[in-house]
Structure formats: structure tokens, C-alpha cells
Write a protein that binds this ligand. Structure first.
Ligand code: FAD
Length: 402
């Protein structure tokens, strides 16, 4: 009874680890299109981009681990189709492999710019190891950088470039950074932080076209600026990598649809991580979550189901972002909130609690790890919390929930 896992990143590698930990005795094949050892993605826009993390520290597991656990790791190997009728997959090199159980952990792909000049070599993205290495190889020739995108990747890339001494302009096409994922208080904190490090933030501004210049490029913006840049880094979101599943006839809708055991519409095929759309029992809605936590926890659920110990998925979502010396930690899903409570220890250390219909649904903490940990622990269900106690920094956060 062989298990094949397509995609060897946070979700896929951890699925292989969990299968072995749960006693799976048969063969496990972990396939990845990328050529490098499976690695952690978050440092690609943070420490690794800043050259503050050596290559091997990126690896999810040391090379010997896969051998020790009898996991066959096939790198530089792309799966081109899943044949769900005969339980086989086809590889780009023409070979095919049979499976008893298949796990799709294909993640997400970057959204690319489509404006004139989008193909110029000075334009970079940040999704894969090779993207970050590509920027690092150019870093000594880069003085001015235009970053396009006001989400986490754009902000982290801008912070890393500023830390490396580059002159950074950040183009954000909404009225504030992180407009889709957090409240004004957190956005304003980051706006101020980035400006204090010399980053020029242009809000409500889009890149309209990019032209080759005598040196580098010129980025033409919607407010008629012409910004000279040696490099452009783009972080405008991702889309789920669902084409294999879709072509195999599995149900997809903003991701591969799975049930509470991470099983797709085919009983032998599971899907986990960024590529998955699922019903979250706590928030009672269909979601697709892009985070290490989600990839890691879903791998455990899929492995349990394959090992005949099915346990429904109900993990609380959490996420983090590091920018300069600020650590944002998020637990829960805040969209749809109707009230907030602030717990502020100082300008640089605060938490925003999000409520919906009186129930606490999420928290964003800035440099407040204890508040994050305590709240996350209690966000396994939606409860009413005394808002006055929550705001009072003299009250131990753990006592608020008791
Ligand atoms: P992915 O990591 O996308 O991996 C999918 C793998 O599948 C890829 O290696 C891909 O090459 C392979 N693949 C796809 N199709 C095929 C195929 N047909 N054949 C073979 N292989 C295939 N999350 C956080 O929680 N905190 C952070 O601070 C954070 N920072 C981030 C910074 C950056 C720059 C990026 C890019 C992401 C960050 N994330 C962060 C998000 C987090 O990294 C993702 O949620 C996580 O990587 C998802 O893991 P995954 O295994 O589902 O997919």
C-alpha cells in the first residue's frame, strides 16, 4: 500500500513525517518539482533574503532524515497528471507511478504582473528558493528598489531591502497596507514603522507600466510618477495550485475541496496546505488558508485518516510576520468583525482583539508573545470575554479567560 505525496514543502514533508510517526509501514514517495532540498518558505522574505541565515538552516529536515525514515525523495520531478481511475500519476519525464493513497500538497503559485514591461529581467517575485537566490545574486548591484504590493510579502520584502541599506519605494494599491487582513491600528503601526526606516510608501498607487532605462528600469505609476529602480520586487498574492486535481476530475473551488479529514472527492486522494479549500468548523465557513500552521496541522489530519485513525480537522489558524524589530502574531480569523478591543502596553507592544456578535474571533499581537499564546490557547472555541478586563494590562491575560 504505497503513498505518494505531490509537493515537498511544509505540508508534504510533514505529511511524510506524520505518516511514519503514526505507524505507516509501506512505501512513501515525496515528489517535488524544485531541485533544492525541501526548505522553509518564511525566511525567503526575511532572514534568508537579508543573508542572515545559512542555506542549510532553511532545510525542513537534514538530508539523512529521509533515508532514516525510508522516505523516497524525488526532487526536480514534476507531476503532470493524476489518473484517478487507475490510481496512478504521470511524471514530466514520461514515467508513471501507482499509488494506494495520494496526497496533493502542491501549494500556491504567485500572481504575476500583467502590465507592459512585466517580463523585464529586473522584475522579481518571492515564492521559491530560486526567487530569493536570484535577488541575492543581484544585491550588490541594487541601490534603488520598488516593491509592489502592500500585503505581508511586500512589507517583509521592503523591510529586508531597507535593512540591507537599499532605497525603497513601496507601492500599495489601497488606502493602507494589509488592508485585506488586519485593522487600521495594525496597518498604521506598520506604515509608521516602515517610514521611520526611510521607506517611501505610496498609498492608493498602482504600477501602470515598467520600461527599460539606461540603468535599471522606470516604474510608471497611476499618479504619474516615474520611479527609477535597479530592481522591482512584486508581492501581489498567490493562487492555489489546483490544476492537477481539477484535470483529474476532483472538486475544486478556490482550492482543492476536502472534507474534515482532508479527503478530496476521491476516496484515495487527500489534499493539504495552501492548495486546499475546506470548511472551518469554528468559523462555520469555507476557507483557504496560506500559513505554515495550516499546512503542518492539515498534514497530521491527512496522515491520521490514512492510518485509519481519522480525527476531524479543527485547528485554530495562526500566523506571524517579522518586519524590522516588530513581530506580529495572529490567531484566529478576523474578517467580518464588528468590534475591537485594544490592550496596549506601549506604542510598540499592543494587542487588538476582534469580536463578532460579542464573541472573540481573533487577535493580532504586536510584540506581545504572551498575549498571543494565551489567546491562541483559548481560541479553540468562540467565547464571550469581558472586554474591560481584556483591555486592562494590569490584569494577567490568562485570568481574563478563566
Ligand atoms: P508550498 O510551500 O507552496 O509548496 C508546494 C510545493 O509543491 C512547491 O515546492 C512546489 O514546487 C511543489 N509542486 C507544485 N506542483 C507540483 C507538481 N505538479 N509536481 C511536483 N511538485 C509540485 N506563513 C507563515 O505562517 N508565516 C510567515 O511568516 C510566512 N512567510 C512567508 C514568506 C514567503 C516569502 C512565502 C512565499 C510564504 C510565507 N508564508 C508564511 C506562507 C507559507 O510559507 C505557506 O503557507 C506554506 O509554504 C504552504 O506550504 P505548502 O506545503 O502547502 O505549499
Amino acid at each position: 500500500m504505497s503513498c505518494i505525496i505531490i509537493g515537498a514543502s511544509h505540508a508534504g514533508v510533514q505529511a511524510a513525517v506524520n505518516l511514519r510517526a503514526q505507524g505507516y509501514k509501506d512505501s512513501i514517495t515525496l515528489i517535488n518539482a524544485e531541485s533544492v532540498m525541501p526548505y522553509q518558505r518564511p525566511p525567503l522574505s526575511k532572514a534568508f533574503l537579508q543573508d542572515a541565515l545559512p542555506e542549510q538552516r532553511l532545510w525542513l529536515r537534514p538530508e539523512a532524515f529521509y533515508q532514516q525514515k525510508d522516505i523516497t525523495l524525488m526532487l526536480s520531478t514534476r507531476v503532470v497528471s493524476i489518473n484517478a481511475t487507475d490510481n496512478s500519476i504521470s511524471l514530466e519525464n514520461g514515467n508513471s507511478l501507482n499509488y494506494c493513497k495520494l496526497i496533493i500538497a502542491t501549494g500556491a503559485s504567485i500572481r504575476r504582473l500583467t502590465i507592459p514591461g512585466s517580463e523585464l529581467p529586473q522584475i522579481h517575485y518571492l515564492r521559491d528558493h530560486k526567487d530569493t537566490v536570484g535577488i541575492k545574486e543581484q544585491i550588490n548591484n541594487i541601490e534603488k528598489v520598488v516593491v509592489i504590493g502592500g500585503g505581508y510579502i511586500g512589507l517583509e520584502a521592503a523591510a529586508s531591502m531597507a535593512k540591507l541599506g537599499k532605497k525603497v519605494t513601496l507601492l500599495i494599491n489601497s488606502e493602507r497596507p494589509l488592508a485585506k487582513s488586519t485593522c487600521t491600528i495594525v496597518s498604521d503601526f506598520f506604515t509608521k514603522l516602515h517610514k521611520s526606516h526611510g521607506i517611501d510608501i505610496k498609498l492608493n498607487t498602482q504600477a501602470k507600466s515598467i520600461e527599460k532605462a539606461a540603468q535599471g528600469v522606470i516604474v510608471n505609476t497611476s499618479d504619474d510618477d516615474a520611479l527609477a529602480a535597479d530592481a522591482v520586487i512584486v508581492g501581489i498574492g498567490v493562487t492555489p495550485e489546483q490544476s492537477l486535481a481539477e484535470n483529474a476530475g476532483l472538486t475544486v473551488e478556490n482550492g482543492v475541496c476536502v472534507n474534515e479529514f482532508m479527503r478530496t472527492s476521491n476516496e484515495d486522494i487527500y489534499a493539504i496546505g495552501d492548495c486546499v479549500s475546506f470548511y472551518h468548523p469554528l468559523y462555520k465557513k469555507q476557507v483557504r488558508i496560506e500559513s505554515v500552521q495550516n499546512a503542518t496541522d492539515q498534514s497530521k489530519t491527512a496522515a491520521s485518516a490514512i492510518c485509519n485513525q481519522p480525527t476531524p480537522y479543527n485547528a485554530t489558524p495562526w500566523f506571524w510576520s517579522d518586519q524590522f524589530d516588530a513581530k506580529l502574531q495572529i490567531a484566529g480569523l478576523s474578517d467580518g468583525y464588528d468590534d475591537t478591543v485594544i490592550r496596549e502596553e506601549s506604542e510598540n507592544s499592543f494587542a487588538v482583539f476582534y469580536f463578532k456578535a460579542k464573541q472573540l474571533i481573533a487577535v493580532d499581537t504586536m510584540n506581545q508573545p504572551k498575549t498571543f499564546m494565551a489567546t491562541r490557547k483559548h481560541l479553540t472555541r468562540l467565547v464571550e470575554v469581558d472586554k474591560q478586563l481584556l483591555a486592562d494590562t494590569n490584569v494577567n491575560i490568562n485570568h481574563v479567560f478563566n
